[in-house]
Design a protein around this ligand. Structure first.
Ligand SMILES: [Zn+2]
Ligand SMILES: [Zn+2]
Length: 429
C-alpha cells in the first residue's frame, strides 16, 4: 500500500532568519520533550476508556480540563461533544487548524495491554465491547500534547492555532448528525483558517515513518440501497410473475460495467461493491422484493456525482426492462480527502526534517474514507499517516485499523507531536 520515496536535500528550505528560527526550534524541541511522558499517560487513559461516536462525553471532559489548565479559552458541545480551543500567538499571522477525532468503535479489544479497554456499550440495539480500534486515542493524546507544547512557545508564534477535537469520525449513530460536517455546519470555520492539518495512525507503516501524498489521498464513500420490486409467483411458473431475483442479479452485473466501461479509468479509479442481497424464503417461491446494499468509492468529486447518477439509471432501466421497478437510495457519505498540492509541497520539507527524509513514504490511493475531507474542501488541507507498527515488525501483516488486535506502538506518539508542532511553527514562519 505504501512506497518509499527519496526526497533530495534540496527540499530543505533555507530559513529567512536563521538565528531566530533556530532559537524557536530549540524552544520547540524542549517544549516537545516536556510532554513526551505525558502524551503516553494520556493516550493510555483514553485507550482504556473509549467511547462510541457522538457519545464522547468523558473524553471531551478530559480534553476540556487539559485545555483549560493551559489557560486556553475552550468551547464545548460543538456537534454534540466536540471541543475547540484557540491559541493566540504573540505575533500577527495566519490561522492554522489542527484536528483530532475522538471516537472509538464497537469492537471488543483482544490486545494484551495493562490498559486494554473493558468498556461496553450499546450499538444498534446490541451490547458491544468498545475499543479505540482505529487509534483515535493516539490522535487525541497527540493534539493535547501539541496544545501544551505550543502554549509554551506562544509568544514566538506568528499566528494563531485552532485545536479541533472532533466527535463521530466513524459516523454518527443512525438518525443523528455528527462529525466534521456538523462541526462546520455549527460554525467551526466561521473564521476561516488558512490551512488545516490532521494525522491518522496506521499499522501499515512502522514507527518512525510518515506517509502521505499530494492531491487525492482517500476515497469518497457513498452507501446505497436498491429495492427491486417484482411480483411474487410460484418458482415453477416464473412467467406468471416478475422475478426480482434475476433482475437484481442483472443489476449487480450491469453496475459493474460503470467502473470498468463507462468512466475514464485513466483519470481515477473507482469501486462499486455490493455488500448484501436480501430476498426470498424458499426454493420454489419467487419473492416480491429483493434488497441490495452496497458502497461506492471514488477519488474525484465530479466522477463521484457521475457514478451515482449512472448507478441509479442502470438499476432503474434494467428493472424496467424486466417489468420490475428499482428504488435507488444513495446515502451521501464522506467526500474525497484531497491534500492541497501547494500546501503539501510547502510542508514536505518539514515532515522530512522531523521524520528523516528516508522515513517519508508516498502512500498509494486509499479506498477508505475520512471526514477530514470536509475541512479540506473548505480550506487547504494536509492529512498524513503516522506509522504505529513497532520497528522490526512487518507492517504488511500487522492487524489493520478497526481490528480487535489493532496495536499502536506508543513510541510513535512523539513523532506525532513533533510533526504537528513543527508543521505549525514552519507554516506560521
Ligand atoms: Zn476508522
Ligand atoms: Zn480513524
Amino acid at each position: 500500500m505504501f512506497h518509499k520515496v527519496i526526497y533530495s536535500s534540496l527540499l530543505f528550505t533555507t530559513l529567512a532568519c536563521p538565528t531566530f528560527a533556530s532559537e524557536l526550534n530549540t524552544a520547540l524541541k524542549s517544549a516537545n520533550a516536556s510532554v513526551s511522558e505525558k502524551v503516553i499517560t494520556w493516550r493510555r487513559h483514553l485507550h482504556q476508556y473509549p467511547e462510541l461516536s457522538n457519545r464522547e462525553f468523558e473524553t471531551a471532559k478530559y480534553v476540556t480540563q487539559h485545555l483549560k489548565s493551559l489557560g486556553l479559552e475552550v468551547q464545548t458541545g460543538i456537534a454534540h461533544t466536540g471541543v475547540v480551543a484557540k491559541l493566540k500567538g504573540g505575533k500577527k499571522g495566519p490561522l492554522v487548524a489542527l484536528r483530532a477525532d475522538m471516537d472509538a468503535l464497537p469492537v471488543t479489544e483482544q490486545v494484551d495491554l495493562s490498559f486494554a479497554s473493558t468498556q461496553t456499550s450499546t450499538y444498534r440495539g446490541n451490547k458491544v465491547g468498545v475499543m479505540h480500534a482505529c487509534g483515535h486515542d493516539n490522535h487525541v493524546a497527540i493534539l493535547m500534547a501539541v496544545a501544551e507544547s505550543l502554549v509554551k512557545i506562544k509568544d514566538e508564534l506568528a499566528g494563531d492555532v485552532l485545536f479541533v477535537f472532533q466527535p463521530a469520525e466513524e459516523g454518527a449513530p443512525e438518525g443523528e448528525e455528527g462529525g466534521a460536517e456538523l462541526m462546520l455546519k455549527q460554525g467551526l470555520f466561521k473564521q476561516k483558517p488558512d490551512a488545516v492539518f490532521g494525522l491518522h495512525v496506521t499499522s501499515s507503516l512502522n514507527t518512525g515513518q510518515i506517509g502521505f501524498r499530494e492531491g487525492p489521498l482517500m476515497a469518497s464513500e457513498d452507501s446505497f440501497t436498491i429495492n427491486v420490486k417484482g411480483r411474487q409467483t410460484h418458482g415453477s411458473r416464473p412467467w406468471n410473475g416478475v422475478d426480482p431475483i434475476v433482475t437484481a442479479s442483472q443489476i449487480i452485473m450491469a453496475t459493474q460495467t460503470i467502473s470498468s466501461r463507462q468512466v475514464d479509468v485513466t483519470k481515477a479509479p473507482s469501486v462499486i461493491s455490493f455488500g448484501a442481497i436480501n430476498g426470498g424464503v424458499r426454493s420454489n417461491i419467487i419473492p416480491d422484493n429483493v434488497e441490495l446494499i452496497g458502497t461506492i468509492r471514488t477519488f474525484d468529486q465530479i466522477m463521484r456525482a457521475d457514478i451515482k447518477t449512472r448507478l441509479a439509471k442502470t438499476a432503474e432501466l434494467v428493472a424496467e426492462s424486466a417489468g420490475a421497478t428499482a428504488d435507488v437510495h444513495i446515502d451521501h457519505g464522506y467526500p474525497v480527502t484531497v491534500n492541497d498540492v501547494q500546501l503539501t509541497q510547502k510542508m514536505t520539507p518539514t515532515l522530512a526534517k522531523v521524520a528523516g527524509a528516508e522515513n517519508l513514504i508516498t502512500t498509494d490511493l486509499i479506498t477508505g474514507a475520512e471526514d477530514f475531507s470536509y475541512y479540506a474542501l473548505e480550506v487547504p488541507g494536509l492529512f498524513y499517516f503516522l506509522g504505529v507498527t513497532p520497528k522490526g515488525q512487518d507492517a504488511k501483516t500487522a492487524p489493520s485499523n478497526h481490528s480487535p488486535q489493532f496495536y499502536a506502538d506508543e513510541k510513535a506518539l512523539q513523532l506525532g507531536v513533533e510533526s504537528m508542532t513543527q508543521l505549525v511553527v514552519d507554516y506560521l514562519k
